[in-house]
Write a protein that binds this ligand. Structure first.
Ligand code: SAH
Length: 512
């Protein structure tokens, strides 16, 4: 085979038409068969780009100029959308985003899953889009850092970095977030409360987590501290005892604990509480302790400093034709450490689809794996004989049990542990059975030990709810090879402006 001469080098300027978009939303254009990946360019644009990194058959290039904008372009609402890593496709019309997501799901099932394109097309239903693709998130996590002038800032990490772009008003989040963040910054400046510094591991405030119940209106703020709870409490006691003078000039002063550790305090904590608690809907303020030098945002311990340590919210059941609410609803108790879907409106549609795909008549035994706080389990329980939920986060299982009681649901039982350990063990020792299995794993998909046991249990139906169509495709191949067939595939967009999408799949056992 004759190798093609690469005629492009770093810093070359090229004009190209964007013909496709990659999984991360980057524009893809071709120049003499050579593929160019260009961030912030969208399908249909004609752009001038500069090659940044040239490989043999492709290059990463930087958008220099949009020569002819695509018809699919729209005015982005956030002025930081290019720098911020959050919204990769905000400059694309929302309907076009949906078309692209539908295609992405199909491509993954075909290319990774190895299914026939015509077969997948015959099983795919139209993607379910959002009516309002902004301000839909009920949860926000803002990092806190220090700017060049030594002042505390909060905002978002610039794509692929840990540099904070100061921005207190993300267009995907609740409007109240801005007021919360600004009040927090005012408080930090006034009381010289330090922001965490990742490099040195010093400084106190790492992140702010804000959760809002869209139905209940309840808001919970959780401040993540670079501190260990035990030492924190000790240091408070010591500083309260000895440090009245310290507080006098409102400065942060380290307090020596009995173990010789030094921790800053949230000086004049009551000022912060007084300020935040006035915000409409505020029902709780709590602290989370994370002393590790890690990218993981939350530590394991929570301490309430004002109000409730959780929020309540309600999810309504919808029909799956028009997606109108049916009047049936389930309430949830959500603690800061538990997973809860971030887009409550679309979640109602997603769960209602999962319920329909489960095809329950009232008698079935259902296993809901990766059940979180029991959201899907409780949706299913009203229509099933018995539901068992499995989830790895113990706090979420506590929430799930409480949620069953809250909704007077008696036929749901929950187990804390890894799905890939609990399911095989229960199958081996207790011979558990299932008519329907629902899975809703994190992005990495299901563990093979979990899939193996699912196949051994031979349920009539499997409902797979996925937030990553690539790992979904991989797992569907395993299920298909194990005697199951895809019946329906439907995307539900939970994450407008971003490249992510949820998918719900109904899979049935092939009767032999
Ligand atoms: N079905 C729930 C949660 C889905 S998110 C809902 O819709 O709200 C995925 C959940 O899987 C998270 O709660 C996460 O904590 C949990 N999880 C992650 N790995 C797991 C594992 N190996 N076994 C069981 N649960 C796991």
């Amino acid at each position: 085979m004759v190798k093609k001469e690469v005629s492009f080098n770093k810093n070359d300027l090229i004009t190209v038409t964007i013909e496709d978009m990659g999984n991360e939303g980057e524009g893809i254009g071709k120049a003499e068969g050579y593929a160019l990946f260009i961030k912030d360019a969208i399908l249909g644009d004609v752009v001038r780009c500069k090659i940044m990194k040239a490989k043999k058959n492709y290059a990463y290039a930087r958008l220099e100029e949009i020569i002819t904008p695509s018809e699919l372009r729209t005015e982005p609402r956030c002025r930081f959308h290019k720098q911020c890593g959050g919204c990769q496709i905000q400059c694309m019309d929302y309907q076009a985003q949906l078309v692209w997501k539908q295609k992405k799901i199909k491509n993954h099932l075909v290319r990774i899953g190895g299914f026939e394109e015509a077969f997948i097309e015959s099983k795919m239903e139209p993607i379910v889009g959002m009516e309002k693709p902004y301000r839909y998130r009920n949860k926000a996590q803002y990092p806190i850092g220090t700017d060049k002038n030594g002042e505390p800032v909060t905002g978002f990490y610039a794509g692929r970095t840990h540099d904070i772009i100061p921005n207190t008003d993300c267009m995907l989040g609740a409007e109240e977030n801005q007021e919360i963040l600004e009040k927090l910054l005012v408080y930090m400046k006034k009381n010289k409360v330090t922001a965490y510094d990742e490099k040195s591991g010093t400084g106190l405030l790492r992140h702010v987590l804000i959760r809002k119940g869209f139905t209940s209106g309840e808001i919970l703020v959780c401040l993540v501290l670079n501190a260990e709870r035990k030492l924190w409490e000790e240091s408070r006691a010591v500083s309260e005892e000895a440090g009245k003078g310290h507080r006098y000039n409102g400065r942060a002063v380290s307090a020596e604990t009995s173990e010789g550790h030094r921790y800053n305090r949230l000086w004049a904590q009551e000022e912060l509480i007084a300020s935040l608690s006035k915000i409409k809907g505020m029902t709780g303020i709590c602290l989370n302790f994370n002393p590790e030098q890690t990218n993981v945002i939350l530590g394991k311990e929570i301490m309430s400093i004002w109000g409730k340590e959780w929020i309540e919210d309600t999810i309504h059941v919808r029909d799956t034709e028009q997606f109108k609410r049916t009047g049936d609803e389930i309430s949830f108790h959500i603690s800061p450490l538990s997973f809860y879907q971030v887009n409550p409106v679309q979640t109602e549609k997603l769960y209602s689809l999962a319920l329909e795909y489960a095809g329950l008549t009232g008698k079935e035994t259902v296993w809901d794996l990766y059940c979180g706080i029991g959201t899907i389990s409780l949706f299913l329980a009203r229509k099933a004989g018995k539901v068992y939920g499995v989830e790895v986060v113990p706090e979420a299982i506590e929430d799930a049990k409480r949620n069953a009681k809250l909704n007077h649901i008696k036929n749901a039982e929950f187990f804390a542990g890894k799905a890939e350990e609990i399911l095989p063990e229960f199958y081996r020792t207790k011979g558990i059975k299932a008519d329907v299995i629902v899975v809703d794993p994190p992005r990495k998909g299901c563990d093979s030990a979990c899939l193996d046991t699912m196949l051994k249990m031979q349920p009539d139906r499997i409902v797979y709810v996925s937030c990553d169509s690539a790992t979904l495709a991989r797992d569907l191949r395993i299920l298909a090879d194990g005697g199951y067939q895809i019946e329906k595939v439907r995307g539900v967009d939970q994450f407008g402006q971003t490249v992510h999408c949820e998918v719900c799949v109904e899979i049935c056992r092939i009767n032999d």
